[in-house]
Structures are given as structure tokens and as C-alpha cells.
Design a protein around this ligand. Structure first.
Ligand code: NDP
Length: 300
């Protein structure tokens, strides 16, 4: 499937979509569409892809189409209208949505496309922009078995691990719970370290010891040193998108009847952080609010 003769399209060249599309452009005959067209033009010039003027044009003639937009709502809207993606998709095509989406909307999209003979899989990814650049993402797929088998060779272009989680929506559910835990770890790390620094423990020594102890996490091992202790706060994954993931996970918890008092509080705190820090803040910057409230900086 993933060879230069296969026509593919990628829609949504954002922070993570763009490096994913770069890998696909090396292996496939790729068309790109982006809401802000200039980004698609720059991508196409640099990576040898074609620019599609509309989502319909991107889908036309493509065997496989990938989308990576902020939420499932934008993906669903992209299908609509005479210039929409659905109008361009031919029977037999495959739509792989790499958005961290929500299960009910993904199921609705799958049912809608099935009526046209188009297969759908929710394929959210984990590993961040650095994982996308390195081609080492983890992909969590929700699809029937036949669609998963068709999706895998395409997804291999930018992934090290591709897992079939269950039917459509199961990939989104897995991703939402993963990110809910990331959100919880960010807050817990910030609160604990604000207290340690105020108590006079050097932040760098505390981080080294934590990372050799049982409370460590991806936040302490992968994010804290380079983003918090350095005071750099790079912007790679918007806090607004993580807040959206937390809401999706809360929807799943409600739907399944799990009361989840801890995670509901994480949801409230991230809603507050989004309201205060805005749409462009990075996800780790939630810790800045904790620092502000505690009157301390976690540096070292
Ligand atoms: P960005 O905000 O960087 O990019 C969003 C993309 O969607 C841009 O191409 C943007 O176009 C486009 N877009 C936004 N609104 C619309 C719309 N209404 N119609 C059409 N296109 C639209 O997001 P990311 O790339 O960071 O995230 C994309 C998805 O991947 C999200 O679901 C996110 O949760 C997930 N994700 C992100 C990770 C990361 O590290 N960044 C990690 C793992 C998952 P334009 O250029 O015009 O703004």
C-alpha cells in the first residue's frame, strides 16, 4: 500500500500533522490540504507534494486519506458540502483520522462513510512532535480487522508501534485516557515540586531522585527537565488540545459509569488553566499557574 504509486492525501499540517505528512511524502504520491493554504504551499514546495485547493480535490483519486485536525468536530465538518472531503472520496477509499478524536463522532463519521463504501479508522497518535519527526509514534487504532490490515502499512511511515484497540472509537478512547493521565501527572508534578522547592530542596536534585524512585512518570522523565526546570516552556502541544482530551476521557468515564472523583478534578483544573492561559499556551504551562499560586519557581 505505502509505495510511491499509491495516491494519498493529508489534511491538517499542524504541529504534529506536518512531520507525519513529511514521512508520507517520502513514500507516497501525496496531495496536501491545509485551512491556511500558505502552509500547504510551503510544505509542497519543500517535500515534493501537490497542493489541493479544497478537501474534495485532496480526496479525489486518493486510495488513502489522512486527517489530523484539532477535534473530531472539525473532521466531521470537513466532509460537508460540494467542496468537502466526502464529495471527493471514491468507493473503496480509506480515511485514517489521526486527530485525537472522540468516540461518538468517530462512530458517526464511520457510519456515514460506510454508506459510500469508504472505510474509516480512528488512528490517534502518541509521542509528540519529536516522535512525529523521528517517525517513532505509537498509533492506537479503532477499526474492523480488515480496515486495520489496510491501515497498518500506511501508518508504518511515521510509527514504531501500531495497535488495534478494538472497533471504531476504541483508538480515541485509549488516547483520551492516556492524555487524561498525562494531564494528571503534569498537575501532580507541579504541586509536589512547588512544595519541595518551598521546603528548600533543590529542584534538580529532587528530579534526579524522583527519576530513580517509584513516583516517576513521563512528565518527570521526559518533560520536566527540558521544559520546567530549564524555564524554556517550548510550545509543541497546545494546552487547549489536552483540555479537550481530558473532556473526551470524562465523557467516557461518565458513559461507563465510573465516578472518577480524581479525574473530574483534573478536568476542572485544566478548564481553569485553559481559560487563564489561553489557546496558544503549551500543555506543560499548567505548571506555571501552580507556580504563580504558590509564589515559587521550579528551576534548577
Ligand atoms: P495544531 O493546532 O498545531 O494544528 C491544527 C491543524 O488543524 C492545522 O493544520 C489547522 O489549520 C487545522 N485546523 C484548525 N481548525 C480547522 C478547521 N476548522 N478546519 C480545518 N482545519 C482546521 O494542532 P496539532 O497538530 O498539535 O494537533 C492535531 C491533533 O493531533 C489534535 O487532535 C491533537 O490533540 C493531536 N495530537 C497533537 C500532539 C502534539 O504534540 N502537538 C501529540 C499527539 C496528538 P491552520 O494551519 O489553518 O491553523
Amino acid at each position: 500500500m505505502s509505495d510511491a504509486s499509491t495516491k494519498a492525501a493529508f489534511l491538517g499540517l499542524g504541529a504534529i500533522g506536518r512531520p507525519m505528512a513529511e514521512h508520507l511524502a517520502r513514500k507516497m504520491d501525496l496531495a496536501v490540504w491545509n485551512r491556511t493554504r500558505a502552509r500547504a504551499e510551503e510544505f509542497a514546495a519543500r517535500h515534493g507534494a501537490r497542493v489541493a485547493a479544497t478537501p474534495r480535490e485532496a480526496g479525489a483519486g486518493a486510495a488513502v486519506v489522512l486527517t489530523c485536525l484539532p477535534t473530531s468536530t472539525e473532521v466531521e465538518l470537513l466532509l460537508d458540502g460540494p467542496d468537502g472531503l466526502e464529495a471527493g472520496l471514491a468507493p473503496g477509499a480509506l480515511l485514517l483520522d489521526c486527530t485525537s478524536g472522540d468516540p461518538p463522532t468517530s462512530r458517526r463519521i464511520a457510519a456515514r462513510l460506510a454508506g459510500r463504501g469508504v472505510a474509516f479508522a480512528d488512528c490517534p497518535v502518541s509521542g509528540g512532535t519529536s516522535g512525529a519527526e523521528a517517525g517513532t509514534l505509537t498509533v492506537m487504532v479503532g477499526a474492523d480487522a480488515a480496515t486495520f490490515a489496510r491501515a497498518r502499512p500506511v501508518l508504518e511511515a511515521f510509527s514504531l508501534r501500531i495497535e488495534h484497540m478494538g472497533p471504531v472509537g476504541a483508538g480515541d478512547a485509549m488516547k483520551a485516557v492516556n492524555n487524561m493521565l498525562l494531564a494528571a501527572h503534569i498537575l501532580a508534578f507541579g504541586e509536589g515540586f512547588a512544595a519541595l522547592v518551598k521546603a528548600g530542596v533543590p529542584a534538580r536534585k529532587a528530579l534526579d531522585v524522583l527519576n530513580a524512585s517509584s513516583g516517576r512518570s513521563f512528565v518527570s522523565e521526559g518533560l520536566a527537565g527540558d521544559r520546567v526546570l530549564s524555564g524554556r516552556w517550548p510550545k509543541t502541544f497546545r494546552l487547549a488540545l489536552l483540555e479537550k482530551d481530558v473532556r473526551i476521557a470524562l465523557g467516557l468515564l461518565d458513559e461507563t459509569g465510573v465516578s472518577a472523583p480524581v479525574l473530574h478534578l483534573v478536568g476542572e483544573l485544566f478548564r481553569h488553566a485553559r481559560a487563564v492561559l489561553g489557546e496558544e499556551a503549551d500543555h506543560v504551562e499548567a505548571i506555571r499557574l501552580i507556580e504563580r499560586e504558590a509564589g515559587v519557581q521550579i528551576r534548577g
